[in-house]
Write a protein that binds this ligand. Sequence first.
Ligand SMILES: Cc1cc2nc3c(=O)[nH]c(=O)nc-3n(C[C@H](O)[C@H](O)[C@H](O)COP(=O)(O)O)c2cc1C
Length: 351
Amino acid sequence: MSTLFEPIQFGDLALKNRVVMAPMTRSRSTDQAVPTAEMIEYYAQRANAGLIVAEGTSPSADGMGYCRTPGIYNAEQIAAWRQVTDAVHAQGGTIVLQLMHCGRVATVHNKPAGSKTVAPSALKAEVELFTDAVGMAATDMPHELSNAEVYEVIEDYRKAALNAREAGFDGVELHGTSGYLPMQFMSENANQRTDEFGGSVENRVRFPLLVLKAMSEAIGSGRVGFRFCPANKFNDISDSQPAETLQALLDGIATLNLAYLHIMRAHTRKIDAFAVARAQFKGGLIINDGFERDTAIEAVDSGAADAVSFARHYIANPNLVERLAQGSPLAEFNRDTLYSAGPVGYTDYPA
Ligand SMILES: Cc1cc2nc3c(=O)[nH]c(=O)nc-3n(C[C@H](O)[C@H](O)[C@H](O)COP(=O)(O)O)c2cc1C
């Protein structure tokens, strides 16, 4: 039997195996960003994972960008998430919450009343977003965060980490890729600031590093993870120095004692992100993107990583760990119901 199916400890997080469920936005929350009963069932069905990283969830009303995505910034959301974590824990699972602040990847049609779209600089993301109200919509021109407001956003993350613990999550993961706020700070095409958050690579990685530090101080670094993908261009983002950015991040987190690093395969052949992270990061290493049973077993048994995360395979295979352990064939998922409301294509895939 492969070590893929053996337990491991990441900081304060106990994983019963090294198969991780990667975070996936599935748009099953209410219009008020509150988790639904379907989400309780969905995550409980997948509690066999060594670790569930629950979907990108906004730390603040300003951080919302997509329709029917959840938040963790008010009492109603905390209470609803509590039912999800209780159900997962009842099945013996471990679950952390991914904190995703969309920054400029947002449209007013998907945002709570009174919230604003914010970013490092007043530069619009050239992407369209799906909305229930008007179909595809352009993103908002973002408000450029003042220096004081950047520190307020860091504070929002700190509170969100505390809220996640109150909701029963075992920890939190900072979403640091895919063109959302932390990546906007790290990329010159979205960040033209002249304060301590702009210019040099060291300045551009300051925001995610301060967020990780704040969350670690709030809930303990052994309950905090970080997700990154060098050179990821998703959502109109571009970093011309991805190797330098990765290095600056690794240097910055070296003393933070985080539970784990969740690295996606670099979107450039020039960087072997898994090898670089493995050589330099002392905590748990989860790797992701395109893994199958054989490649996951090879990665963990060879020591290239401590764990492998699966996103798409978890959609239609709620008992993925059992299927991987037995070498059973995997079911295919239906694209049409990825982000649709309701249980169809969500909780109705059989074990
Ligand atoms: C429907 C869907 C939603 C996703 N939502 C998120 C998300 O909220 N946060 C995130 O970091 N990645 C998200 N991803 C990316 C996945 O976590 C993962 O990195 C990607 O699918 C590659 O892994 P895979 O080959 O195992 O599917 C999403 C992917 C899919 C298919």
